[in-house]
Every structure is written in C-alpha cells, then in structure tokens.
Design a protein around this ligand. Structure first.
Ligand SMILES: Nc1nc2c(ncn2[C@@H]2O[C@H](COP(=O)(O)OP(=O)(O)OP(=O)(O)O)[C@@H](O)[C@H]2O)c(=O)[nH]1
Ligand SMILES: [Mg+2]
Length: 351
C-alpha cells in the first residue's frame, strides 16, 4: 500500500543509544557514523522508499551495505512487501559488457512501463563507494528517471561481506516496488556463484577476444547460467565464442524437463539482440513458475540469507570485543596444548 504517510517525516537518529540489536565494534562504528535508525523510523523510511523517495531508498541500501544493526527493524518493516520483484543476475569477465547489457535491459523494461532497480556489486573491493562497476551504468540516460534506481555496492569485508549484505539490499529494492532488479557482478572466483544464488534468472555474458570459453569451463559457469549472452556480436570472433559454447552445452548432462540455457547474441552498444534477450528472459520466468523452480530458488535464497545472518551474529558474539573476548583466553590454552580446539570452540559458542 502506498499511502504517502511516510514521505516527509523521516527521522534520522544518529546516536548509538537509539539502535536496536546487539552492539559489536563494527556496529558501534556504524552508529557513530550516524547511520542508525530506530524501529519506528525504519518503518517511516521504508514507507517513504515505497512512495518513490529515492533518497530514503539510498539510505536503506546503505544500511545493508554497512551492516548496520538498524537493518533489524528495517527488514521487519520490509518483509510484508518483498517477494514480487523479478531478479536478473548478470555476470561475466571484466569488460564483456555487463553494464552495457544492463543499461539496454533497463531501457527495454522501462519502455514496457516497468520500474527497474540495478545493483552493481563489486565483490573484489573492500572499500566503500563501489564506484568502479556502477559508474558506466549511472552515467546513462537513466540517471534522471525516477522509475530507475541504480546503486553500486562494495563488500566492506565484515559481517560475512556480500553474502550478507546483497540479499538484504535486494529485499529492500523489492519492497520498494521495483518490478525487475538487475544485479551486476564481475565474474571472479566464487563470487559469481554466490551472486547467481540471489537471482531468479542468471545471465552469463561472454564476448569475443577474451578467452571466455576456457574461463567458462573452468569457473563452472555452465552450471549457474540460465541464459548465455554472447555480447559484442559486432566484433570478430563472436561466432567462434557461440560455437564453442554450443559444443560445451551439448556435452553437458541435462536432466529431463530441465531448462536448456539459450544462447543469445547481442550488440548491447547498439541494442541489437536485446529484444530477443528480453523475450528469452520472459520464457525463463514462465518456466520458473510452471516448474516450481522459482519457489525452490527463493527458499534456497532465504535459507542462505538466514545462515549468513546467523553466522555473522555468532562471529560478532565471539570476536567483536577485543580484550574482553573469551577467544583470546581460549586461544592461549589451545596454543599451550592445555585444551583441544573442538572443546575450545564448544566453550566459545556456549558463551
Ligand atoms: N563493440 C562493442 N563494444 C561494446 C558492446 N557492449 C559493450 N561494449 C564496450 O565494452 C566496454 C566494456 O563495457 P561494460 O559494459 O562497461 O563492461 P562490463 O562487463 O560492465 O565491465 P566491468 O564492469 O568493468 O567488468 C565499453 O567500452 C563498452 O562500450 C558491444 O556490443 N559491442
Ligand atoms: Mg560494469
């Protein structure tokens, strides 16, 4: 329900005293930075974001990015509204055209009247700002469109990093009423696999001249891709990439009734092939619903989200207070051979 009651009465609470939840050093630092939001204000902030106030939405996403304890009341306020958005993940090697494809998708969905959120996630950067991935997207014509929200996020290296913050940021955008949310992440190491688990549909993007076919086999992206995009179709070698991919897919075992990932050739820079990509995404979306896979994926996603929060809480409890931590004492005992590490871990968890 968008009743407009939240707009204009957002109260920002700066002190740690107003924060809900338990305190750890990271959390205390966040509170000191003025990012705290008390429970009732969280509801007002969420209401304002749902009314289309992008500043409130940006603040909420910052809370997720910073691992703020204020997320607890925020996520409570968000829960009833989440679960409607379609999440499209885009991954691939640096420079294949993820941001350009994202921009082209945003344009296509906007022309269909849908509201689109974009999260550009940099799993390699522990620093704030996340400017690297987001800039190219942000600089497009969508910057002034209120039906589009674009944000980059970087892993801050605490509270479990992106596995912790990204799902919560997604949930916030979802609750804010975006119909489609694109999540762009550079394909490095395990990060793309993690991000793939966030998405309803995962696009793996390749481009000619980047040794992608080999990387594809290595990184196990065959398993995570719901759709393959061979971008830069205007460049020499695009057909070779497509052929290699087709051969690899032909050899991959596939259960009966399973989704067969299509290969879509695009030139995102000109928009060629984007209409086809949107149509194939729609087909995948329909299949997700019919096969029951959508529910399965979302339950899996929720399970991972809960685990990440629980693990982060335990980590805070056992290690966040240097000097006071029982961990220091137990470490001394284990190092001296007076206690075994399993018993020490049991004691630590038992508090
Ligand atoms: N020729 C050609 N160039 C393209 C196409 N799509 C993107 N590019 C160019 O490729 C470069 C990289 O594009 P991006 O969209 O920033 O790629 P990215 O995968 O998001 O890059 P990172 O986020 O840095 O990993 C830019 O200079 C784009 O203009 C295309 O279809 N054809
Ligand atoms: Mg990019």
């Amino acid at each position: 329900m968008r009743d407009g009651s939240g707009a204009g009465r957002t109260v920002i609470v700066g002190g740690g005293a107003a924060l809900a939840g338990t305190a750890g050093t990271a959390m205390a630092a966040t509170a000191a930075a003025g990012l705290g939001v008390a429970g009732t204000d969280a509801a007002a902030l969420v209401a304002a974001a749902r009314d289309g106030d992008s500043r409130s939405l940006a603040r909420l996403v910052s809370l997720a990015e910073n691992g703020s304890p204020a997320l607890r009341p925020v996520m409570r306020a968000v829960a009833p509204y989440a679960g409607h958005a379609r999440v499209v993940g885009l991954t691939g090697s640096p420079g294949v055209g993820k941001s350009t494809v994202t921009g082209a998708l945003v344009r296509a969905y906007r022309s269909g009247g849908l509201r689109v959120g974009v999260l550009a996630i940099d799993p390699t950067s522990p620093f704030s700002g996340g400017a690297l991935l987001g800039d190219r997207v942000r600089m497009t014509e969508h910057a002034t469109d209120t039906g589009v929200f674009i944000r980059s996020m970087a892993s801050r290296g605490h509270l479990g990093g992106l596995s912790w913050s990204a799902p919560q940021a997604l949930r916030i955008l979802d609750a804010a009423g975006f119909d489609v949310i694109c999540v762009e992440t550079v394909g490095v190491g395990q990060a793309e696999v993690e991000i793939a688990s966030l998405a309803d549909s995962t696009l793996v993007i390749l481009a000619p001249g980047m040794g992608d076919s080999i990387q594809a086999a290595k990184a196990g992206i065959l398993e995570i891709a719901d759709l393959f995009v061979v971008n830069k179709a205007d460049r020499p070698g695009a057909h070779d990439v497509e052929r290699d991919l087709r051969n690899m897919l032909a050899m991959a075992p596939r259960a009966p009734g399973a989704w067969k990932p299509p290969i879509i050739s695009t030139c995102a820079a000109s928009g060629d092939g984007i209409g086809d990509l949107v149509a194939r995404l729609d087909e995948h979306w329909a299949w997700l619903g019919e096969s029951g896979e959508l529910d399965r994926r979302r339950v899996t996603r929720a399970r991972e989200e809960i685990s990440a929060i629980a693990v982060a809480s335990i980590r805070l409890r056992i290690g966040a207070l240097p000097g006071e931590s029982r961990l220091d004492e137990l470490s001394g005992l284990v190092a001296a051979g007076k206690l075994d590490p399993y018993s020490a871990a049991d004691e630590l968890i038992a508090g």
